[in-house]
Design a protein around this ligand. Structure first.
Ligand code: HEM
Length: 386
């Protein structure tokens, strides 16, 4: 499609004049048969949005590689879908939530026990967060083990890493908003962890708590981060992630037992659209069942003077929490930072290993060790009290 084609009436869906006396949109007085209201609306839009059905199809209907028929390979759509659920349910919760130490706990109690369907919206929000983190981890594993981060997709891997970190911080700030004992002490522990980082630590702690210790402004800071800054940043990052995907296309995978004449692609619309629709509907049912069968509870209210015997973060931080318990303060924090840095630049490290050494598939073994550590440390933290 070139600019010239786009600017002509025919391409833009506007009929040419039927005789010499017609105006530029073909209005010819008595000669033109009466139009149906549908065609007038179509025409109204065509005059203002000069794009035809064919052009729209060209824009949206990209051929999708055949392996994306399987859910495991198109897992990226699942966190995107759950993110939308988070935004919608989060906006509904924000109508009632009051971010201050004096009111936060009571407002969550009101949402859970008094507001119509408040328990359901809160349950959906909490469960969608849990599933979103699980889906991102699985999506990242799929990308990693299929080598889909390799050249030319290094930048998209790093954009994905930013999305992972944002999602984890959104989870952390959301957990802190409830102002129950564990959320208060969890935030305090996180701030103390920041404090152990040389040079930058004191500043990071102050930024997090809006002061040297938990105070009246801390919760509103968490709320602004949780409900505005981070979701806004994530919308931008998801936009960049998908734009890069559209520019590069999803990586093409070949399987050993694949028949040579098997179709290599299928249409985005309607085939892939239906797959995503079914995944979306299944997720809605799953979220509703989880919110009803395993409703979100409310623990005891935060008491800054009584430290709970056991302080645990949400399950997605178990791995780092166990790591921090295994090693001493500063080393544990710096080594965690180093691991995240290595994950960020992994496509380049892997590129170097493949070019300069004989261990071209080292990434598989490193990945397997990584998954064992992730699962092992998470389960360890889950089953022990301290
Ligand atoms: C909110 C979080 C995320 C969303 C919504 C998302 C969305 C998507 C979607 C829809 C795809 C298309 C293929 C597929 O479905 O697998 C994709 C591909 C990709 N994602 Fe993500 N993603 C997210 C997080 C991540 C993370 C954490 C990483 C890795 C650190 C990552 C790296 C990639 C890469 C490299 C591709 C290209 C894969 C290929 O071409 O086969 N993404 N993402």
């Amino acid at each position: 499609m070139n600019v010239k084609e786009q600017s002509t009436g025919e391409r833009s869906g506007v009929s040419p004049p039927v005789d010499g006396t017609a105006n530029s949109f073909g209005a010819t007085g008595g000669l033109t048969p009466p139009r149906s209201p549908g065609s007038s609306i179509k025409r109204w839009f065509a005059e203002r949005l000069p794009i035809t059905g064919v052009q729209l199809e060209e824009l949206t209907n990209e051929p999708v590689p055949a392996h994306l028929r399987h859910w495991w390979f198109c897992l990226g759509g699942t966190p995107a879908y759950l993110f939308v659920v988070q935004i919608v349910t989060g906006i509904l919760l924000a109508f009632y939530y009051q971010p201050s130490p004096q009111t936060a706990y009571q407002s969550i109690d009101t949402i859970t026990n008094q507001v119509a369907f408040g328990w359901y919206i809160r349950g959906m929000h909490k469960w969608a967060a849990t599933l979103m983190i699980a889906a991102i981890i699985l999506h990242q594993m799929r990308v990693y083990f299929t080598g889909a981060y390799r050249q030319p997709r290094e930048i998209n891997w790093m954009v994905g890493m930013c999305l992972l970190l944002c999602t984890l911080i959104v989870g952390f700030t959301g957990y802190s908003l409830v102002f129950e004992q564990l959320s208060f002490w969890g935030a305090t522990v996180a701030a103390n962890i920041c404090d152990t980082v040389p040079y930058f630590g004191v500043f990071a702690k102050r930024m997090l708590l809006a002061g040297d210790s938990y105070n009246d402004n801390t919760l509103s800071r968490f709320f602004i981060l949780h409900a505005a800054v981070l979701p806004g940043l994530m919308i931008l990052l998801i936009g960049i992630h998908v734009a890069i995907l559209r520019l590069q296309g999803v990586s093409e995978l070949r399987f050993e037992n694949e028949p040579a004449d098997a179709p290599k692609h299928f249409d985005f619309f309607p085939d892939h659209f239906y797959t995503e629709l079914i995944i979306g509907l299944t997720l809605m049912i799953l979220l509703s069942v989880l919110a009803t069968v395993l409703p979100v509870t409310l623990g005891p209210k935060a008491d800054p003077l009584t430290t709970p015997e056991v302080i645990k973060p949400e399950w997605w931080f178990y791995v780092s929490f166990r790591w921090l318990k295994l090693f001493s303060g500063t080393f544990a924090v710096l080594s965690s930072g180093f691991i995240v840095f290595v994950m960020f630049v992994w496509p380049f490290i892997d590129g170097w290993i493949r070019k300069r050494t004989r261990f071209s598939e080292a990434s598989v073994w490193i990945g397997i060790v990584g998954v064992f550590l992730l699962v092992g440390l998470t389960v360890w933290e889950a089953i022990v009290e301290h």
